[in-house]
Ligand binder design. Sequence first.
Ligand SMILES: C[S@@+](CC[C@H](N)C(=O)[O-])C[C@H]1O[C@@H](n2cnc3c(N)ncnc32)[C@H](O)[C@@H]1O
Length: 313
Amino acid sequence: MFLNKSYIIILLDNIKMSELERIFLNKWRNKKFKSKSIISKKIFYLKNYLKKLYPKSKNNMNKVSFSGWGMITTFPKPPWKNSKSKDDQNFNDFHDELCRLIKKKKFFLSQFYLPDTDYEKILEELKWRSYIIYNSALLSLNFAKRDKFNIVECGVCDGLTVFFALKVYKFKKVNFKGYLYDSFDEMKEEHLVDKDKNQSGNYNYLKIEQTQKNLEMFENEVVFLKGYIPNVFQNGDHPDEISWLHIDLNSSKTTFETMEFFYPKIVNNGIIIFDDYGMFDTTKEVVDDFLKNKKGHFISYPTGQGMFIKKVE
Ligand SMILES: C[S@@+](CC[C@H](N)C(=O)[O-])C[C@H]1O[C@@H](n2cnc3c(N)ncnc32)[C@H](O)[C@@H]1O
């Protein structure tokens, strides 16, 4: 059956959507995103929702304790709920702090902006992703011990993910520096392989000043390296030893170039987190290929994230 755009819109309007899905659908409708990538995303979401809706009885739905990024948890409860672990409680505190900052307009999530966005709901839906980021930073801090830690994020956007890593390092009162790489400008075709070209033009609304404002509580601990990867690696000061590296670039080509540049600098038990591993086939391919002969351990998560713990020979 041929599904035209208006038919898909009517269909999607009648399906219970998460806040993230609603925002993405509306952005697509407003033609703020390139339609091709959003259509495939919507079909993905639609399929997921149909799968989720039909097998579940009303009773089962009542037991849902987490729903986000196409994942639904009915049992057990997410680890941040009623946990006795101090680390889990800290995660909840950081999460609540971020919600408060957003409410007070001290932290702006431009990537999810629509006039009626429910940011609290978005953060709730992204909670597993944030929890994995938080724990990866904690792992690197506890097991890749140094006198001074360097942490790196490539693909910073508004600073949402790196907020959780920076909070961990700051809270534990260790000596650290965060290196934040982003073009803070639209994605360009020259940095994309053919299969990723639908990303071209995305993030044209980003402003480095906004992200700096969002992360101003870390202003003494972070440096912003504005520029396109890989060109940005050619000049300037880059860290020699890295404990934690997060790659979230929506591009397999630049993910590869980032690994080439930073992998030798990752210390023993240092962590690399890949946000796009389960979402972009092209990225999964280059990550699998790059890591296949490397010593360490890789784990992939239902959020689409992948994590590698490096072992130095
Ligand atoms: C998915 S967003 C990152 C999201 C972010 N980690 C968060 O907190 O949710 C992808 C980011 O990668 C950046 N980016 C994409 N290609 C780039 C390149 N070649 N060089 C530098 N930054 C790039 C974009 O500007 C955008 O901010």
